[in-house]
Design a protein around this ligand. Structure first.
Ligand SMILES: Cc1cc2nc3c(=O)[nH]c(=O)nc-3n(C[C@H](O)[C@H](O)[C@H](O)COP(=O)(O)O)c2cc1C
Length: 172
């Protein structure tokens, strides 16, 4: 990797069903921009080439303890390229369970992080808005007693982006 941090283009590739995780992706991007990096937020299906990027932040909402298939398919398709560059992975999902630090990451997330050699993996709290959900999803949420609300910790996400910027500066 060559150049200085202010010429580094960072892809923030986020799979999100109802927009909450995408919102976290925008927080990451905004913060990376404040560190003079050049972030771009994209949905997995919108990425056609990784050549133009120096680093990639992957993010996915969690459903039924798995990442979204669009993110998994993306990581599969670009696995070789991702393994050759600095990558970071976050998942978002837990709802009002207190600190998320002690919660285990889903297996597919751990496997993906290992496969591409992600430099860090984080789990962040999510958001559940009943009006966003289909009837079947609402039924599942009722069954498991999930509480509605926005539990996203924007400060924690911004702090993670700060750490990524610092890591990239030393990775140069
Ligand atoms: C049907 C359903 C299943 C869910 N399963 C999980 C899960 O297994 N683990 C988890 O942490 N969060 C789970 N969640 C919570 C979502 O991950 C959370 O609402 C997330 O913020 C949604 O992100 P999105 O708006 O980007 O799709 C589930 C939510 C729904 C509606």
């Amino acid at each position: 990797m060559e150049g200085t941090i202010d010429s580094m283009r960072v892809l923030v590739c986020v799979a999100s069903k109802h927009g909450a995780t995408l919102g976290l992706g925008h927080v990451v991007a905004r913060r990376l921009g404040e560190h003079d990096l050049q972030p771009q937020v994209r949905l997995p299906a919108a990425v056609t080439d990784l050549d133009e990027y120096h680093a990639v932040v992957l993010g996915s909402a969690l459903y039924a303890n798995r990442m979204m298939p669009t993110l998994t398919a993306f990581a599969h398709r670009w696995g070789e390229a991702l393994a050759a560059m600095p990558t970071y992975l976050f998942n978002s999902g837990p709802l009002d369970l207190g600190p998320v630090n002690d919660l285990p990451l889903p297996k597919d997330s751990r496997d993906l992080a290992a496969r591409i050699g992600a430099r860090d993996v984080q789990l962040f709290a999510g958001r559940l808005l009943p009006n966003d959900l289909r009837a079947s999803e609402r039924a599942v949420m009722r069954m498991i007693g999930a509480r509605a609300g926005d539990f996203r910790d924007f400060k924690a996400v911004a702090a993670w982006a700060d750490a990524i910027a610092q890591d990239l500066a030393t990775a140069l």
